[in-house]
Design a protein around this ligand. Structure first.
Ligand code: SF4
Length: 326
């Protein structure tokens, strides 16, 4: 807190230590900052407050005036929600806690925590990207903090963090530390007030935290498939459990039909399924009525293919073989 009082930036919605924030200024500044850089927000916030110094002023404006005042900030649903929230507040007054703030139009858990902690002193943590980074480094949290268990751990640590002082002040100071000192790259540990207790700093591995999301390796799947046509029918089979598209109807592998000696090469189709890069080489063969297919194959008339085939990869293969109905 000493660091924040000395080093925190002066922003028009911030108050001196010990003075509760105004909920209207807090709501407007939080909503404006959601998708907009701080250097753009500051002059627009001051203009907005001159035009609409209270929620009642905004509630009494027309929607056109509200949208005109928001012009250039983009994401106009933010302005519409602010307008609705101002109407709700001017009718019912300000909520008194986090749950109540959540009922205001356009207010999600983060903004509700901001309003509750900064304006009412409720002990709730605000966890944005800056806070996540500070906590992940301070506690050297190696797990994926966006997973279910990672999120729960982070929430517990953040709740513990704010329980050590005035929640609003601790939230704001931690965010500021993340924005000015505990930077994503090249954090300034040498001037950080937490450095003597920070585990990542002690390990000398600050940039290893928070853990990066592990990238799933791409798997290439090559298959040679054959589109076997008998009269008006095309043979398909159910995809096996060890193949992609499990349970869906697919053309068989070329090797499943040794009687097919000289199929026509129709080229390849490419497709991406999750982390699989699929490359199918497509063959085509017309077989006589005497051809006896393996028991897992079944015939589908060309006109019925769109009803039977669900996968766009299979459709591409059948189009390549020239059997998909036009
Ligand atoms: S010591 Fe370094 S890594 Fe730890 S909180 Fe401070 S800036 Fe972040």
């Amino acid at each position: 807190m000493e660091w924040f009082v000395a080093q925190g930036r002066t922003l028009p919605w911030r108050t001196s230590r010990g003075v509760r924030r105004d909920p209207w200024q807090t709501l407007v500044s939080e909503v404006m900052s959601q998708q907009t850089r701080l250097d753009v927000v500051v002059p627009r916030f001051l203009e907005w407050m001159r035009q609409f110094p209270t929620p009642e002023n905004l509630a009494n404006a027309s929607e056109q005036e509200v949208l005109a005042a928001w012009a250039g900030l983009g994401y106009y649903s933010r302005a519409r929600n602010l307008f609705k929230a101002a109407q709700e507040v001017s009718q019912k007054g300000w909520p008194l806690d986090c749950a109540g703030f959540l009922d205001l139009a356009g207010v999600g858990p983060y903004t509700a925590s901001a309003l509750a902690s900064l304006c009412c002193g409720e002990r709730v943590a605000m966890v944005d990207g800056n806070v996540l980074r500070v906590l992940a480094r301070f506690h050297a949290l190696g797990q994926d903090l966006r997973s279910g268990t990672g999120k729960r751990l982070l929430e517990r640590l953040a709740a513990d963090w704010v329980s050590k002082g005035d929640a609003g002040e601790v939230n704001e100071a931690t965010m500021e530390l993340g924005a000015l000192v505990c930077l994503p790259r090249q954090p300034r540990c040498e001037v950080c007030p937490l450095s003597s207790a920070c585990r990542a700093c002690a390990l000398g591995e600050v940039e290893q935290f928070p853990a990066k999301k592990t990238k799933t390796e791409t798997v290439v799947v090559n298959r040679e498939v054959v589109v076997v046509v008998q009269g008006d029918r095309v043979f398909l089979r159910p995809s096996r459990a060890d193949e992609l598209l499990t349970g869906l109807s697919v053309p068989p592998d070329l090797c499943e039909a040794p009687q097919i000696a000289n199929p026509r090469d129709c080229g390849t189709v490419r497709h991406a399924i999750t982390h699989h890069k699929v490359l199918w080489t497509i063959y085509h063969e017309t077989v006589p009525q005497s051809f006896c297919p393996p028991p897992t194959w079944f015939g589908v008339t060309k006109n019925d293919l769109p009803k039977e085939v669900v996968s766009s990869l299979v459709r591409k293969a059948l189009e390549k073989a020239g059997v998909w109905p036009s």
